[in-house]
Design a protein. Sequence first.
Length: 278
Amino acid sequence: MQVDRNSPFLWMFLAASPFFWCASPMRAQQPTRSSDDQMNEAIEQAVSISRPSFANQQTKTRRRQDLEEDLSKIVGKPLRDVHFYDMESPAPSALNDDAVWAVVTGSTPGTYKLYSFEGSQGFDESSQEFDRLISQLMLSIPNEKAASLAQFFLGCCVRGEVNEDVLDEEGLRHAVQRYYLQAYGDVWRTLEAYTQWWDNFQENPWDLAPTVTAEGDGYRIALKRVRLIVGTHPQLQEWNLVVSRRGAVRALSVQPIFPKKERWLSYDFRSTIAPASP
């Protein structure tokens, strides 16, 4: 959700939030709160308007400095006016569906533009919101940063399930091992499940490194991600995206690599690997 001066939502938000108008002299004499506190409250108010079901439930706002650092590295300079937060869902969930918000400091002190990449909005809507944010930054994306921006885009906009970016075999091995250990909670069951998965994958291995191909006014990107959904086996996928030189990102397709179809875990699984005798 972007708050701009032409949006009808803005005026409702202005009336609800003290951070979008100039404080009176009497208000200015009150203790000054930190900018983080102001941003947190602005986000919470925006969430209460856009998702009324959260209004009477406890939510938690968390600063995402990892996303800020990632974007700064892509841009090649510190971005002091752009901050990222996520809003944890009130009910615990096995899915990665916490909403990610970007806050851009306005030209007038105490004003902000808010951008929401909520999974509940749908992928297309959050993708459009991402492009609106990036357009504010006036970027020029070189070839060597295109894949990083595509990964950053997926990290912000693909919510509702757990995915890990895969760059090489070591990263894929560790992601699959961690997942099975969390699912089974037993070293021997984890070892056998992982070994079976990896041996089957190696029958038709793929190059896991990102690929970048110049195309028109931008780049075509192919990224590998491993999909980790509770109750199913890990699934390696290929995401195909287009990144413009101005930073706009569009997802073209998602193709399963291995396994081709979703496979459910069996919790009755019994390892055939016997522990070593003492």
